[in-house]
Design a protein around this ligand. Structure first.
Ligand code: SF4
Length: 219
């Protein structure tokens, strides 16, 4: 019989979230408590890098002023404005091109220059990068996140906004993106782009979908 793998506990197993609430006890595995000498100071220093500091202060101020008042589109506009960005790049899935068109319209109406790159731009065949031919039944061309990242950088976009790139394709976009990137829409074809819905239902209607038969939702 296969040995049960030992679970290394971390913040996802923390019942007190003491570092946020400042009440309750730190668990034995608490990451804050286990920080090495000087680590916190090094982190604080990193936030004083010129760009990091600007991002951090603006993000905190928007959170503070707009808490539960601004929607994410408004927060993104506010962030771009306060950062002093003029040109915004949109890396969009073509399945969400309508949403990206509306986003571009909104951004332009707010004074930004916008350049968008659709995921299929470049028209590279799936088989050209080693993807099995049968996958072309869903469409012949690859999503091309490396090109999206490269083109948005070439166009001088100061802020990239991701709209609905697929899992993994988004990873490549983030890997190759130059400059600052934020995500507006996370693709989920099943839940209307609301992956949290699956989590809300994970211990209910989605249990059989998300947990292997022998596993337990309460681990
Ligand atoms: S840092 Fe410690 S208190 Fe905070 S969530 Fe992680 S384990 Fe819990």
């Amino acid at each position: 019989m296969a040995m049960e793998r030992e679970i290394v506990r971390s913040c996802v197993d923390c019942g007190s979230t003491r570092c946020d609430e400042e009440s309750g006890a730190y668990p034995y595995f608490c990451l804050t408590q286990q920080m090495e000498e000087g680590e916190k100071e090094k982190l604080i220093q990193a936030y004083f890098d010129e760009e990091n500091e600007k991002i951090m202060l603006n993000a905190a101020q928007i959170e503070y002023e707009g808490y539960c008042k601004l929607c994410r589109v408004e927060e993104t506009i506010e962030f771009a404005r306060r950062m002093g960005y003029r040109k915004i790049g949109i890396a969009t899935c073509l399945g969400l091109i309508r949403e990206s068109r509306i986003l571009a319209k909104v951004l332009r109406a707010n004074g930004f220059e916008v350049f968008g790159v659709g995921c299929k731009a470049g028209e590279i065949r799936k088989t050209a990068v080693g993807i099995p031919k049968e996958c072309e039944n869903l469409g012949e061309h690859i999503c091309n996140p490396i090109y999206q990242a490269k083109k948005l950088a070439e166009e001088g976009c100061e802020l990239n906004i991701v709209v609905g790139l697929c899992v993994g394709h988004d990873s490549l976009f983030y890997k190759y993106a130059k400059g600052v990137t934020t995500t507006l829409v996370v693709k989920d074809r099943v839940t209307g782009h609301n992956p949290a819905a699956a989590l809300y239902n994970a211990e209910g209607y989605y249990r059989a979908k998300l947990f292997p038969k022998k596993d337990s939702a309460s681990q």
